[in-house]
Ligand binder design. Structure first.
Ligand code: KIV
Length: 275
């Protein structure tokens, strides 16, 4: 075990088993995206539990219209920057568009995110079609976060960024996908833009923690894009809250976000979607 690993293995670092315990104890998971050392360090100081190096970096850092142009090299680079700042927070790295079109490619690229980037978990969009990869990652000791609901890598197929799971058939498919991911060995699930009652039902049914973004207050945790929290996004999504505009500094905004998730005042009903 390297000294870096020892630091993470002790001192209250957030781990997969710690997150499960938090779910059981009803302690909300405070999660944010991060892309560089400085902001990741500020998130650490604010007590954020999990930092996702999301492919949203394609939009908020690189200025693309979608997440599709993001490469594995991009995610490795930004994960390295974030991981250097993290002692307690769990660092999760996204598998970008077309980086896991088959199990071998997905295993190879997830390995890069862990070995070169220093991630402690990888995230992938999709449900039942991803279970072979999730199983293989789990067999190789790679923790996995699934991502259901609005899947931004499929924006062109979906025809836009829309709430998912409003129709009964879609909701049933999402429930089957969530169960399949858990059975395959996923450790965490993100639900994006899902009606609040459906997100609540899935959070209750699964034993792995469910983290919502635009999915109502009754998930096991919340995640937002850092730029939306700080108030630097030109047109933030309806489900976000710009804590930066309400407080005087980056550090105060991050602390206010963490406190609001923990005391249940964020998200409010105005940040969610009904069925
Ligand atoms: O890429 C990303 O930042 C994400 C979050 C919005 C959950 O997937």
């Amino acid at each position: 075990m390297s000294s870096g690993d020892r630091k993470h293995a002790s001192g209250g670092a957030v781990t997969v088993s710690r997150m499960r315990a938090m779910k059981r104890e009803g302690q909300p998971l405070v999660c944010l995206t991060a892309y560089d050392y400085g902001f990741a360090a500020a998130c650490e100081r604010a007590g954020v539990d999990l930092l996702l190096v999301g492919d949203s970096l394609g939009m908020v850092v690189q200025g693309h219209e979608t997440t599709l142009p993001v490469t594995v090299d991009d995610i490795v680079y930004h994960t390295r920057c974030v991981a250097r700042a993290c002692r307690r927070a769990l660092v999760v790295a996204d598998l970008p568009f077309m980086s896991h079109t088959d199990v071998e490619q997905g295993l190879h690229n997830a390995g890069r995110l862990m070995k070169e980037g220093g991630a402690r978990m990888v995230k992938l969009e999709g449900g039942s079609e991803q279970t072979a990869l999730v199983e293989r990652l789990a067999q190789n000791g790679i923790p996995v976060c699934g991502h259901l609901g609005l899947k931004p890598q499929q924006v062109h197929k979906l025809g836009g960024y829309r709430v998912q799971g409003r129709e009964q058939a879609d909701a049933e498919r999402m429930e089957a996908d969530a169960r399949a991911l858990e059975a395959a060995g996923a450790d965490l699930l993100i639900l994006e833009c899902v009606p609040a009652p459906l997100a609540r039902q899935l959070s209750e049914q699964l034993s792995i923690p469910v983290v919502g973004i635009g999915a109502g207050a009754d998930c096991d945790g919340q995640i937002l894009v850092l730029h939306d929290v700080l108030g630097v996004t030109e047109q933030p999504p309806r489900f976000a809250r710009a804590f930066g505009a309400e407080t005087g500094s980056v550090q105060a905004a991050l602390a206010a976000y963490a406190a609001a998730v923990r005391d249940g005042t964020f998200p409010g009903p105005e940040h969610g979607f009904e069925a």
